[in-house]
Design a protein around this ligand. Structure first.
Ligand code: AHM
Ligand code: MG
Length: 338
């Protein structure tokens, strides 16, 4: 008897397109499919990281002032090379690259979409075999298709994303995406090299019993944030038990756990600078889009992450993301209502 293959990510993307966008050209579906292939290539390299000479740093410092790991660099190049010639994109933006990444002149320029990505998030965890991930965000361009893509195409609020997702390299590799029709997770079956639907229609519980934050930074927080974290820990919450703490230090891994099990992740602003650590375009906005589609929420402080209109490519924001009621509790503390 023939083995049941299951639903591949390509089939799922195509069927979703036919169901919701029967007149679509297929560009958006093609874009997601190419991203899934880039994810497989990066996954293979991550899995071999301990075996071949890809561990360690390149010696360069990226735009965020951090040392670039070899695998970050590799992942960045894989995504660029997988996408540059497709004709789907008008430009790209990467957390690892200072300026907008144009489509090379030799390739079609009239792509209707933009792609912003963090090629390998949580890269400080590469050397220690802890989960890391690739995050992506897709918008429709706003400039004319007769021109090259421009900064204006990327400085759009997260609310107008047409798709977002991540690939997590963990005990297995998974791709999770949302494109206006719920959140769906696919697990890579290495024996056939395909992502298979394993987590259809992911929804977050309204409220959780877990919080994720780097408490070593407590001395840098505003008193409102300190009181808020104390609230989650205290026995008055979660029916007398207090929330449990889970913090991996890889945003994709922390977010993925909270998406599946429930939880609230926080990366507060530094009280002195007023700035967060995480980036709006490559981290906060795509994960906020997924959280909202799964019934959760995401705020910077008073404002929803998805309503923030970016002013620069590498903008940083405070981030509170996860189960809806927990995020609303955060908002109440941050806006002085508690
Ligand atoms: P990166 O993009 O350089 O990898 O940094 C982002 C990472 C996130 O994955 C994670 O949530 C955060 O930094 C952890 O920061 P910290 O070590 O300050 O807790
Ligand atoms: Mg990152």
């Amino acid at each position: 008897m023939a083995e049941r293959l299951g639903i591949t990510i390509t089939k799922h993307i195509m069927e979703t397109q036919r169901k919701h966008f029967p007149d679509a050209t297929g560009d958006f579906s093609g874009l997601l499919t190419e991203l899934s292939i880039a994810g497989k290539v990066i996954s293979r390299a991550v899995n071999k990281a301990g075996l071949v000479d890809v561990l360690g740093k390149t010696g360069d410092v990226n735009v965020q002032g951090e040392e670039v790991q070899k695998l970050d660099d590799f992942a960045d190049k894989v995504i660029f090379q997988k996408m540059d010639h497709t004709g789907y994109l008008c430009a790209m933006a990467s957390e690892e690259v200072d300026e907008l990444i144009p489509i090379p002149d030799k390739h079609p320029q009239g792509g209707r979409y933009t792609l912003a990505f963090d090629p390998l998030d949580g890269s400080s965890n590469i050397d220690v075999n802890v989960n890391i991930g690739t995050i992506f965000s897709i918008h429709r361009r706003v400039t004319p298709e007769t021109q090259k893509g421009a900064l204006a195409d990327f400085l759009q609020p997260g609310r107008t994303q047409v798709g977002a997702g991540y690939i997590i390299y963990g005990s297995s590799t998974m791709m999770v995406y949302a494109a206006g029709d719920g959140v769906h997770g696919f697990t890579l079956d290495p024996s056939i090299g395909e992502f298979l639907l394993s987590h259809p229609d992911i929804t977050m519980p309204r409220r959780s019993t877990y919080y994720s934050v780097n408490e070593g930074n407590r001395h840098k927080w505003d008193p409102r944030v300190q009181r808020m974290v104390d609230h989650f820990k205290s026995p008055v919450s979660a029916g007398g038990a207090g929330y449990g703490l889970r913090y991996i230090g890889s945003l994709v891994a922390d977010f993925h756990r909270n998406l599946l099990k429930g939880g609230v992740f926080m990366y507060p602003a530094d009280a002195d600078s007023g700035k967060g650590k995480l980036r709006l375009l490559y981290e906060a906005a795509p994960l906020a889009y997924i959280a909202e589609q799964a019934g959760g929420g995401a705020i910077a402080e008073a404002e929803d992450i998805l309503d923030i209109k970016p002013t620069e490519l590498h903008q940083r924001v405070p981030l509170y993301i996860g189960c809806k009621e927990d995020v609303e509790t955060c908002r109440e503390f941050l806006t002085g209502k508690r």
